[in-house]
Design a protein around this ligand. Structure first.
Ligand SMILES: [Zn+2]
Ligand SMILES: [Zn+2]
Length: 338
């Protein structure tokens, strides 16, 4: 099979690799589409550790090609989405139903070869049937939807609350479609690029704020009558944005951190944890969020069409990374079609 292999940070090559074989409870999936996520970009740039060489990629949809002898519930030809990672099934976290927090999670494209290939093998517990009418190039983004479902569950928007979302990338723009659905009366999206903020508006954000403009913080707080936001989601991965959440959040409010940072963030105003009695909540992955994510997309409550902006052959994976690095105008999710 063809697979894109990261040999050194910044150096990706498409090679002929051996097609993996499914174990007894595993399925070989023919990858029809796999998204380039910002986490993959961090692996590509060497900002997230991964054993090299490695096939990057963790967001994929495709069809069942071969099933292991003990597989039940899946047949050749079934359209499926593959979870980004899965638990070990034996540690204390897994045994208590917290697979998402398993310290020994198998993470595609991070701890083992990922989805930038014609085929991947996954255990049945990491597979979900998807509606046959759903385009695969959109279905790969179900992983991002599942992560957003988990972020919503962690943040628990309340009826009539005011929500802020920092970062109008794919995660932020999925979240912005879910905050109102879950009770928030007003959602404001923050970003640095006008075209992305325009996307947020078209996907239902009530207000947008460009943090490159002078006086943006005052304008943001004025949207809450100076009180601050009940719930702030940080999805941008920008350390300064994490610092800003402490000023944006109201006294007694919640900050949900839905980003991966390179390392420690200096300058966090920790004194506000006491003064504002802020709740600071982390989110890791989309474990447990997949069935609802599929329902939300099937029912049209989450729209992905405008978020998947580019479709490239696997051979152009490196160009896809470069488009993201250059922050090319109009680039949101790039789907590779192996
Ligand atoms: Zn991802
Ligand atoms: Zn485990």
């Amino acid at each position: 099979m063809r697979a894109a292999v990261l040999q050194l940070p910044g150096s990706l090559r498409v090679i002929d690799a051996e097609t993996p074989r499914p174990g007894r409870d595993e399925v070989l999936v023919r990858v029809k589409a796999t998204g380039i996520c910002s986490t993959d970009l961090m692996v590509y740039q060497g900002r997230q550790s991964a054993p090299l060489p490695i096939v990057p990629g963790h967001e994929a949809a495709g069809v069942v090609d071969v099933t292991g002898p003990e597989v039940v519930g899946f047949q050749e030809g079934d359209p499926v989405v593959v979870e980004a990672s899965w638990g070990c099934e034996v540690c204390a976290m897994c045994r208590h139903g917290q697979e998402a927090l398993c310290p020994d999670r198998v993470s595609q494209g991070r701890t083992r070869d990922g989805t930038f290939a014609e085929f991947v093998v996954a255990p049945t517990r990491a597979l979900h049937l998807i509606p046959p009418e759903l385009d695969f190039s959109l279905a790969q983004a179900l992983i991002s939807v599942a992560c957003s479902v988990r972020a919503i569950r962690r943040g628990r928007p309340g009826f009539g609350e005011r929500a802020a979302i920092l970062g109008p990338g794919i995660a932020g723009l999925i979240l912005s479609q879910l905050t109102g659905e879950n009770g928030a009366s007003h959602t404001t999206v923050f970003g640095t690029r006008e075209w992305r903020l325009a996307m947020a508006s078209s996907l239902g954000a009530n207000d947008t704020v460009n943090v490159r403009e002078d006086g943006w913080m005052e304008r943001a707080l004025s949207l809450t009558d100076g009180q601050g936001f009940d719930l702030v989601f940080e999805t941008s991965g920008d350390p300064q944005a994490l610092i800003d959440t402490f000023e944006l959040v109201r006294t007694g409010g919640r900050i949900v951190v839905f980003s991966i940072y390179d390392g420690p963030v200096d300058g966090i105003p920790a004194q506000l944890l006491y003064r504002k009695e802020v709740s600071l909540v982390g989110v890791r992955g989309g474990g447990g969020g997949y069935p609802l994510a599929i329902d939300l997309v099937r029912s049209g409550k989450v729209l992905l069409d405008s978020l998947v902006t580019h479709r490239l052959p696997l051979e152009d994976a490196e160009e896809g990374f470069r488009m993201m690095e250059r922050r090319d105008e109009g680039v949101q999710r790039i789907a590779l079609l192996p």
